[in-house]
Design a binder for this molecule. Structure first.
Ligand code: GDP
Length: 433
């Protein structure tokens, strides 16, 4: 169900408003009695429609001061929620913090509603009108105290809230999926591209480039057209003048950044080199999906295969999750396995785990294996949300720091439960003070 995030400075009356939104008879509060203080997410029901309300109140993501902290809240809200509600205290007017937050929210793709709270008195209507200056549209006056205006706010929420959670973070822009073919020199990139384009009938070559230098190649593999980005350099042998290596690495990086998935070519006949690792690091840091293609498999014999097992374990510690294919660009062996591997990796990269499912799974996981005690205190995990797809990014809201080991444990369990083969997964922790 769609998520509404409530943001605002402390003491503007967020909690009162949240209670108004969910505190009706129809409201279903997903909570355990006795832990009311820790509640951050609630199920709400209004006019037959269900949505989740996330109260960002009280989160202090860092110690950089209130303005930064509230702005960070807003940033997070607009990244995770389907709609954002900013609460401002009309009896005080817009403060510099409110302005900073509004500035962040004006960039929001999700709809933003502006609520002027504490309008307990008609005389405050002039203050309410002045909140137009925040650039977030019409301020809606409410009184958390009297309950006045909250029905209107709820109606407005339903108006702007999508029926289903949006696919945040660059939903597929349409068109062929973008693939970067990367790897150190001589690993076989151009051989592979030639084979892929040469073997397939409906190839449209050299598209979308500048008139001088065609950049991408469209290739049909396995009944699907793929856009191999920045292949110009692979087809033309560039002159290796001085600085060429630096230039090549910039170009590799740019190709990865403009792609959704990277095919990293490795030479199966040779140990993983520093140069290979640099390319892999770029892929890992980019957050793109990844397929490792072990090329020149025609040169691999029994001894080499045995040696590889150990090498790979060490060399690929950062990408144990990557899809793998063993191919030969020379003979064409298993080259057709690349497309299914790309598809698996991209499916994982696009995966969204519904908030409800994520939290019920996490609750069981944490009950079975609670986070280690730190400084005599047991950190509690309050709530988790998938803040983004591409790659799947999870945020855990907790009452204390989680050790790196425990975060890795959660990531491992996430992968066991939900898959994500071929895609990186990010797990971050926000501590609620
Ligand atoms: P690039 O620099 O990554 O584009 O690499 P190239 O495609 O130019 O290949 C470098 C060399 O490796 C060439 O001599 C290719 O013929 C050879 N090569 C490429 N793929 C294979 C393969 O699968 N098996 C074998 N044995 N040689 C290959």
């Amino acid at each position: 169900q769609p998520v509404l995030a409530i943001v605002g400075r402390p003491n503007v009356g967020k909690s009162t408003l949240v209670n108004r939104i969910i505190g009706r008879r129809e409201a279903v509060v997903q909570d355990v009695p006795g832990v009311t203080r820790d509640r951050v997410a609630y199920d709400a029901l209004w006019n037959g429609r269900k949505f989740t309300v996330v109260d960002t109140g009280g989160w202090e993501p860092d110690a950089t001061g209130m303005m930064a902290s509230v702005a960070a809240q807003a940033e997070l809200a607009m990244q995770t929620a389907d709609a954002v509600l900013l609460v401002v205290d009309a009896s005080v007017g817009a403060t510099t913090t409110d302005e900073a937050v509004a500035k962040v929210l004006r960039r929001s793709k999700a709809p933003v509603l502006l609520v002027a709270n504490k309008v307990d008195d008609e005389r405050l209507m002039a203050e309410v009108a002045s909140l137009w200056s925040l650039g977030l549209g019409e301020p809606m006056p409410v009184s958390g105290l009297h309950g006045r205006g909250s029905g209107d706010v709820l109606d407005k929420i339903l108006e702007v809230l999508p029926e289903t959670p949006r696919d945040t973070f660059g939903a597929n822009t349409g068109g062929p999926r973008r693939v970067a073919l990367v790897g150190r020199p001589n690993v076989g990139k151009s051989s592979l591209l030639n084979r892929l384009t040469g073997e397939n009938r409906s190839v449209v070559d050299s598209v979308a480039g500048t008139t001088v230098d065609p950049v991408d190649s469209l290739v049909e593999l396995d009944d699907e057209v793929w856009r191999f980005v920045d292949t110009a350099g692979l087809r033309k042998r560039v002159n290796f003048a001085s600085g060429a290596e630096y230039y090549a690495s910039l170009r590799t990086k740019a190709a990865i950044e403009s792609a959704e998935v990277a095919v990293v070519l490795l030479d199966a006949g040779e140990p993983i080199s520093e140069q290979d690792l640099r390319v892999l690091t770029m892929v890992v840091e980019s957050g793109r999906a990844c397929v490792l293609a072990f090329n020149k498999w025609d040169l691999v014999d029994e001894d080499r295969r045995n040696a590889m097992v150990r090498e790979l374990e060490r060399g690929l510690v950062r990408v144990p999750w990557a899809e793998r294919v063993n191919i030969s660009a020379l003979t064409g062996r298993s080259v057709r396995k690349i497309a299914p591997a790309l598809r698996t990796a991209l499916d994982s990269w696009d995966t969204r785990v519904p908030t409800g499912r994520l939290n019920s799974w996490l609750t069981d996981l944490i009950a079975a294996t609670p986070p280690p005690v730190r400084g005599g205190k047991q950190p509690k995990v309050l709530f988790a949300t998938q803040a983004a797809t591409r790659p799947p990014t999870f945020v855990l809201f907790t009452t204390g720091f989680l050790e790196a080991g425990y975060r890795r444990y959660i990531e491992r369990k996430l992968r066991e439960e939900f898959g994500f083969e071929g895609s990186p997964v990010r797990v971050s922790v926000r501590v609620r003070e």
